[in-house]
Structure formats: C-alpha cells, structure tokens
Design a protein around this ligand. Structure first.
Ligand code: FAD
Ligand code: COM
Length: 506
C-alpha cells in the first residue's frame, strides 16, 4: 500500500481506529515518529487508549525515511569505498573505478528499499502493538484537548506533541537555487551525480554526509564556524579523538575550512559555487555543483506556539520539564521538538516518559548524560568525560590508550579488530584510536572513547554501567570475559594494570 501511496495510485487518509469504542482517548500523539510511536506503544501497553496521527502514510517518522537509516547506509558505503580506494590494486582489490562510486545510485538504492521498513512499522504498530492510528493526514490542533484530522475532530484527555525537526535553512542569496539540498531533499530530489560539494555548517550530519560524498569521489569542502566536532551540540568530545578524526578526513582529501562563513550561493540556473568569508577575513568563491546544508535542525513548533501558546526557547524548541510537560496543562512534547540532543534514544524515551506520566506514574527522564557517536569513514563513539574534563575534575587521572602517547602510529597497528584488520597490515596509522580514562583514586572508569568499527554496541552498556551510583571500576572491567579480538580492547588492557594498588597509565 505504501508503494501505491508513494506513486499516487492510492490517496487520502488511512484510518486504523476502533470506531466501536467510545472510551475517550487518554492521549492523541501528533506525529508518529520515534517519539510518538514509542509513547503510543507504551501507553497502550499500560492499558491506555491512544490515537497516533502522522502526515506520512507510515509510522516511524524521519529515521527510516530520510535520517538515521540512509545515514547508516551511506556511512557503510563510505567505509567500503574508502577501503576499496585505499587498497586499490592490492591483494584481491581491483583497481578502484571512480565511475562506479555513485552517490545517486546509493540514494536510489535506499529509496527503492525504504518502504519495506515503513510497512514493517505499520504492521508492527497495528498487529503486534494494537495501536490506533490515522496516517497520510496532517493534524491541526484546535485546543489542548481537540485535534482535527482528515475533516474529523477527535478529543483526548492529553495531547503529546511529537512533530520532530527540520534543517535550518540560512537566509543566504541563492539558497533557493537547484542544487542546494539538505538531508531530506537529497533523498527526495537528487537527480544527478554531484562531482563537487560545499557543505554549509559543521553538524554531525555535515561530517557524516561529507565523508560519504568525499569517499564517493565528490570533492567536498566543509565551511564551519566552530572547529569540527567542537560545536556546542556535541559534548565530551576528547581532543585526541577529534584531531585523529579531522586529520583522517583531511588526509582523505576533504577541505575543512574552520572559522568560515558563507556569504552567498552562486549560480544562475543552478548552483555553481559558494562565496565564503574565511577565518583570515578574505573572501573566496568555491566552485561546486552541489551545496549541502549541514547547519543542524530546528523544532517544528510554530503551529503549537500559535494555537496553544506553548513556551519555546530562543531556538524554537518546546520547553518541557523532566516529565515532558509543556507550559500548557495536559500538553506534553517529546523528541526533536524539545531540542537537543536530537537522537533516537531521547525521542523514544521522551515518548515513553510522557506515556508513563499520562497513565498516572510520577516518572522523570534526565538526558543530560548519554553515550554518543558519529560517522566519518570511521565509527566514532564516546561516553563519559573527555581527558581534559576528567583532569579538571579529579586529582589523579590515568589513561589507557591505543596507540600509547609518543609511539608513532605507523609503527604500531593498534587498535585493530573488526573492520581494521586489513588496514593493520597495510596502513597501520589508519587502524583507529581509543582511550579509557580512570579516576585513579576511586579506580572508576569516567570516560571512554573509540575510533574504529563495532564499538557502538558495547558503549550502550558501558554508558549504563558507568552512570550507576556505584560506577564501573578498572577491577570490574578486568573481571569481564573478553571475546578477543574485540574493537574495545579495554577489558584486557585494564587487566594489565588492575593488579597495581597505585594505578598508572598504559
Ligand atoms: P520524527 O521522527 O521526525 O517524527 C516526526 C513526525 O511528525 C514525522 O513522521 C512527521 O511526518 C510528523 N508530523 C509533523 N507534522 C505533523 C502534523 N502537523 N500532523 C501529523 N504529523 C506530523 N539519531 C540517532 O539516534 N542515530 C542516528 O544514526 C541518527 N542519524 C540521523 C541522521 C540524520 C541525517 C538526521 C537528520 C538525524 C539523525 N538522527 C539520528 C536523529 C533522529 O533521526 C531524530 O532524533 C529522530 O528521528 C526524532 O524523532 P521524533 O519522533 O522526534 O521526530
Ligand atoms: C525506527 C523508527 S527506524 S521507530 O523509532 O521504531 O519508530
């Protein structure tokens, strides 16, 4: 059905509601993305009645449609392309054929497959989770208990606002020219293979998509005001990690212009370049056939400000308390709509938090600390404090690091594990970087950082372990059973030091 909606064979709202039940809804969720869908499922599981409304013909929101899922496809392609180019003509790798590395092919591959994820979300929500929903229809809020959709009015005890965010489009001359894309429009509208790109902004999306474009042979320049990975939206980034990642991006041919500001997008019928002011005050024209907006996202909140008067901050994010309550009684807001961090764990757990409170629990959600990651051509993962932060907070800090400080990376092919074994024996300096940071007095792990592949899973659990009141000690790490070789290496490395009463770095 979703395929047919996409091509216009089917039109109009999709109703999956129980018309025979007259029990009032406990909540109407406006938006059926990660926040709205998880909140709805939880509320239903708690015995409540929910209605979820989405303007798209599927549930799941932007993640499977335009955001996380294509991002992961493109980042995996970037990693494969990078390896194929690096090892071109060696071992079993053929000479790298630039003409077959097509951004457009990968965008089209994603588009040809994404509806299966959408269909699964609808099926799971309906058949397994028993949710009621109306899709392919925009919701209009009438008041704090009433929503209009597809010409009908529905009432509920509570509203949960979950309409997500959109890319910040700068007010620049030429910004409307064909050839300017963001993460959403590149999926929907790209119809050529770009050969050179200027990315405006230094967000995670800028780093991730820029790394993919470059790996696919599209010469990419990032224009960013703050140094890459040092933007306010990312916290706890370790400086050594940052330098390793940014150097890697530059070594792969990307141009990264920090302290730079775009002045105009150039072109008559379509994009031909960007004029920018550089850190030294000079002005340059950078030629390109694609401009990509990497300026980050802003909340889709204007309708709720207009109709309900919900309070928002200076970026337009809806202000909520730790129960996800807005300034308007019985109106909750969740996910990207409430601002940073704009991540799936937060969107889903916000939805669940709203649902739990609506169902009578007194439940709060604190997302000030969380594990984080991004992709360059590597997977970069971190949780807890950076080394600088740890040294500011604790008197004695020890660091377990690969490669150790002062050892030239070309001499030591470590850390190596999943995804970097081929590089370990060819280009050791490309094998990644990692460090674990301990408070030497309490022996507790306070920060952990990884550049490589395959560490994301363990970092989810490490986040949980280190943020428990009792924390996670080097001795407990040393007790764990490693599945050697592993991308973290942290268990066996901790064991090498854990015997000492006085801890020292490794
Ligand atoms: P959305 O998922 O955007 O859901 C909002 C829903 O509201 C949409 O379905 C929309 O159709 C609907 N809607 C809007 N207005 C109306 C209306 N008036 N009526 C009815 N429906 C409406 N996070 C990660 O954790 N990991 C990643 O790898 C990752 N990659 C990303 C890559 C990119 C390129 C981007 C942009 C983001 C990425 N994110 C990632 C962030 C993640 O996608 C978001 O945090 C998450 O999708 C937010 O969920 P949400 O429910 O708040 O909003
Ligand atoms: C995942 C979408 S791609 S959701 O969070 O399961 O709704």
């Amino acid at each position: 059905m979703i395929d047919r909606f996409e091509v216009g064979d089917l039109q109009g709202p999709i109703f999956n509601i129980d018309e025979d039940t007259d029990v009032e809804y406990d909540a109407i969720f406006i938006g059926g993305g990660a926040g709205g869908r998880f909140g709805s499922a939880y509320l239903k599981a708690r015995g409540g009645r929910q209605l979820t409304i989405d303007r798209w013909p599927f549930l799941g929101g932007s993640c499977p449609h335009q955001a996380c899922v294509p991002h992961h496809l493109f980042s995996e392609a970037a990693r494969e392309l990078d390896l194929a180019r690096t090892l071109s003509g060696q071992l079993f790798y053929p000479e790298f054929d630039e003409s077959r590395a097509s951004i457009l092919d990968l965008v089209n591959l994603f588009k040809s497959g994404r509806n299966s994820a959408h269909a699964f979300m609808n099926w799971q929500s309906k058949e397994q989770l028993g949710m009621e929903y109306i899709l392919n229809a925009s919701a209009t809020v009438i008041d704090s208990h009433t929503v209009e959709v597809a010409g009908r009015r529905f009432t509920a005890k509570n509203l949960v606002l979950a309409t997500g965010s959109s890319t910040v489009l700068l007010d620049l001359p030429g910004i409307d020219l064909p050839g300017v894309f963001d993460y959403a429009t590149i999926i929907e509208d790209l119809d050529y293979d770009p050969k050179s790109c200027v990315i405006i902004g230094g967000s995670k999306v800028a780093i991730e998509y820029g790394s993919f474009f470059q790996a696919a042979g599209c010469q990419t320049t990032i224009l960013t005001r703050s140094p890459l990975m040092a933007t306010k939206s990312l916290h706890h980034v370790d400086e050594d990690v940052r330098q390793y990642v940014v150097k890697g991006m530059r070594d792969r041919g990307m141009s990264i212009l920090e302290g730079a500001q775009p002045i105009a997008v150039i072109g008559t019928d379509r994009v031909t370049g960007v004029t920018a002011r550089l850190a030294d005050g000079s002005t340059v024209d950078i030629p390109c056939d694609m401009v990509f907006m990497g300026t980050g996202e802003r909340a889709n909140s204007s309708h709720f400000v207009e109709v309900l008067g919900v309070e928002v901050d200076d970026r337009g994010s809806v202000i909520v308390d730790d129960h996800m309550r807005t300034s308007v009684p019985n109106v909750y807001a969740v996910g990207d709509l409430i601002g940073a961090p704009m991540e799936m764990f937060k969107a889903r757990k916000c939805g669940v938090t709203a649902a739990r409170n609506i169902m009578g629990e007194d439940h709060s959600f604190d997302f000030t600390e969380y594990p984080d990651f991004l992709h360059s051509t590597y997977e970069v993962t971190w949780v807890g404090l950076s080394e600088v932060e740890a040294r500011a907070k604790f008197d004695e800090v020890i660091v377990i690091q690969m490669p150790p400080p002062g050892v030239p990376h070309g001499d030591i092919p470590l850390p190596c594990a999943e995804g970097t074994m081929m590089l370990a024996f060819t280009y050791p300096e490309k094998t990644g970087f990692q460090k674990a940071i301990f408070d030497a007095k309490s022996r507790k792990l306070v920060g952990i950082h990884h550049v490589g592949f395959g560490a994301k899973d363990s970092f989810q659990y490490l986040d949980y372990l280190i943020h428990r009141t009792e924390g996670l000690s080097i001795d407990q790490l040393a007790e764990m059973n490693e599945l050697f070789l592993n991308s973290g290496h942290f268990i066996q490395l901790s064991r090498l030091r854990a015997g000492a009463m006085e801890l020292s770095s490794l």
